[in-house]
Design a protein around this ligand. Structure first.
Ligand SMILES: [Zn+2]
Length: 154
C-alpha cells in the first residue's frame, strides 16, 4: 500500500484565548496611548537610541534603557506597500478589507520605526518621506490598534 494513502487528515477546531501581562514598559506605553493619546519611546542610557515601542535594553549596546521620551505624534513615512491580497488579520481573526495601505513610520524623536496602517490605499498618492500623523480611535483600549491609521499631515 502506498504510504501516502495511509495518512489521515485530522480535522479539529482550535480556540486559544489567553491573557498575558504587558509588562512594566508596555503597560506605561499603552496606558499613555489610551489615556493621553501620547506616544512614548524608551531611550538607551549609553547611545541615546529611542525605541518605539519601548524596549528594556538596547540591542546594539546591551545597555538598559532608562528614560521615557515623548515622540511624534507626527513622523515620516519611510516605506510603504498597498495590500491587495486579503488574509486573516492576526489582531482580529477576520479578513481585513483590501486594498489597504501599510507602512513604516519614523516618529519625530524616535530612532526606530513602527509599522501601521495608512489612510491612503492608492500607491500613486503615497511617497517615501511624506509627513504622517496618527488618527486615534475615540474608544481606546490600550493597544497599538488604538491608532486607526496614519494619515498625511495637512
Ligand atoms: Zn544603545
Amino acid at each position: 500500500m502506498d504510504e501516502q494513502k495511509k495518512l489521515l487528515e485530522i480535522v479539529a477546531q482550535a480556540n486559544f484565548p489567553y491573557h498575558y501581562s504587558a509588562g512594566k514598559l508596555l503597560s506605561f506605553f499603552f496606558t499613555a496611548l489610551r489615556d493621553e493619546k501620547k506616544i512614548y519611546g524608551r531611550k538607551c542610557s549609553k547611545c541615546g537610541q529611542v525605541y518605539v515601542p519601548p524596549r528594556p535594553a538596547c540591542g546594539p549596546c546591551f545597555a538598559p534603557t532608562n528614560e521615557w521620551v515623548e515622540v511624534g505624534p507626527q513622523g515620516s513615512l519611510e516605506c510603504f506597500t498597498v495590500v491587495y491580497f486579503t488574509f486573516l488579520d492576526p489582531m482580529t481573526g477576520q479578513k481585513r478589507p483590501v486594498p489597504y495601505g501599510y507602512g513604516l513610520i519614523k516618529l519625530d524623536h524616535a530612532s526606530t520605526r513602527i509599522q501601521h496602517f495608512l489612510s491612503i490605499n492608492d500607491p500613486k498618492l503615497l511617497k517615501a518621506g511624506m509627513r504622517m500623523e496618527p488618527v486615534f480611535l475615540d474608544q481606546r483600549e490600550g493597544k497599538l490598534s488604538d491608532i486607526k491609521w496614519f494619515k498625511p499631515v495637512e
